[in-house]
Design a protein around this ligand. Sequence first.
Ligand SMILES: Cc1ncc(COP(=O)(O)O)c(C=O)c1O
Length: 400
Amino acid sequence: MAIDLDRARAETPGCRTVLHFNNAGASLMPAPVLDTVVEYLNLEATIGAYEAEAREAARIDAVYDSVARLVNARRDEIALVEHATRAWDLAFYAVPLGPGDRILTAVAEYAANYVAFLHVARRTGATIDVVPNDEHGQLSVDALRDMLDERVKLVAITHVPTNSGLVNPAAEIGRVTREAGVLFLLDACQSVGQMPVDVDAIGCDMLSATGRKFLRGPRGTGFLYVRRDALERLEPPMIDHHGAEWVARDRFALRPDARRFENWEASYATRLGLGAAIDYALEWGIDAIRERSWQLADALRKRLSALPGVEVHDVGAERCAIVTFTVAGVDASAAKAALVADAMNVSVSDVTSARIDFEARALHSVVRASPHYFNSEDELDRFVDAVASLAREPLGRAGV
Ligand SMILES: Cc1ncc(COP(=O)(O)O)c(C=O)c1O
């Protein structure tokens, strides 16, 4: 089903005030998500927070079903946590690693993940090896296959990086890791919500995602998927009395499911908001969302590339709804400031967010424009015009 643009925009209050090309940062929440969060907070204020939780227990519990449906998992394979990095860290720090063990990762790995690799490498003596890219600029599956040996204990890959339209070949990576019996952790923070992400088709053992980006959920929401048969190979790095029961003075028993990675305390308002965002996305259809958002991004790439002084930097055989570019003579932050001053939201990615990739491409920082299905062709025109005028008068605009 094609996206009904008028309806999508009418249901997105933010469309009335901004041109939002920052869906890779945090999207605009649609009204049903906002209403869900606000109504639940009102209920807490009216009858008491624990009492609201008890009254809405069934709806709160159904959020697991929504997440499971989204990624084709089972509900007991889902843990609800505060954001993607927390989900990723809980999985990563649970992998048993020792001296000489190897972690394989991608060139475009996200900074939060890479600093955790460095942290654990320093503590355990494990080593980090970066799988080179292929001729398209995406992870080379052949190189990955060649690098696998009995010392590789984890393959941890970012599906869609923070800083380009690249989509790493997750399902091919999954085929290789499953053949080798090596744990595969997928950072799906930027892919979930803009394209189908199916844990069975991909074959990952763990997957992390956030609510606020392409899923259009509230901030402070995220989830971790852990495959049932991977659970026993992982040791949660920390637990509380929700993840484990205190069964005797000297013993605890971990929960049998992925919720062993969760906290006892949680924001149920935003959890319900996450569930509402997922249900809303599923109602539109993830294929339809991908089709429209990728088509807008493709058009944006083509039109920006045609502008004198503008260079588009996306790589990969398949390119998604993240468009990155630079404007000659205009620092990326100054370009962003000029666009934001015109009520056009974008963000900037710089070398500290994906150092290996930026260094390999001799880039320091790029403007990141990330459209979504609710953006219009008219917004695309206005945005391209704004970038064109920035490119025409770089010095006049750079100081904004
Ligand atoms: C590829 C990637 N992974 C992980 C994250 C971290 O997500 P969160 O801020 O929800 O922890 C981001 C955030 O931009 C990201 O782009």
